[in-house]
Design a protein around this ligand. Structure first.
Ligand SMILES: [Fe+2]
Ligand SMILES: [Fe+2]
Length: 121
């Protein structure tokens, strides 16, 4: 994935998320991969949200709402067992990849700009 942010922590974490999402397609399916993704996504979202709170970021609520949608999608996926269907692995991975790409190149860029202009970078 191309560089997503000039904030090194933010870009590094996005790259890890893309790698984990790609691994959902691996055959045989790794039964722990969705849990690993959930834990790492939580780690990443929590850090972004901590910056938003600390900097009193004006778009905080709508940004956190989008994180919450992703949390819900992942929680629903954890209820499934994609291991029987490669096509399902691919569709879950593609869905998450598209969501993350839109998020990091959209709403996350606004946060990045705000953090870079602040004293907290
Ligand atoms: Fe992000
Ligand atoms: Fe975000």
């Amino acid at each position: 994935m191309q560089t997503t942010s000039d904030l090194i922590w933010q870009d590094t974490q996005h790259q890890v998320l893309f790698v984990l999402i790609e691994r959902i397609k691996e055959v045989p399916f790794d039964p722990d991969i969705l849990t690993q993704l959930k834990l790492y996504a939580e780690h990443h979202f929590t850090l972004e949200e901590a910056y938003m709170v600390a900097l009193d970021y004006p778009l905080k609520d709508e940004h956190i709402e989008t994180h919450d949608r992703f949390r819900e999608e992942l929680a629903a996926m954890l209820e499934t067992d994609p291991s029987m269907h490669v096509a399902l692995q691919v569709s879950l991975s593609d869905f998450l990849h598209k969501w993350l790409k839109l998020h990091v190149l959209g709403i996350d860029k606004e946060l990045e700009d705000f953090v870079l202009k602040s004293s907290a970078k």
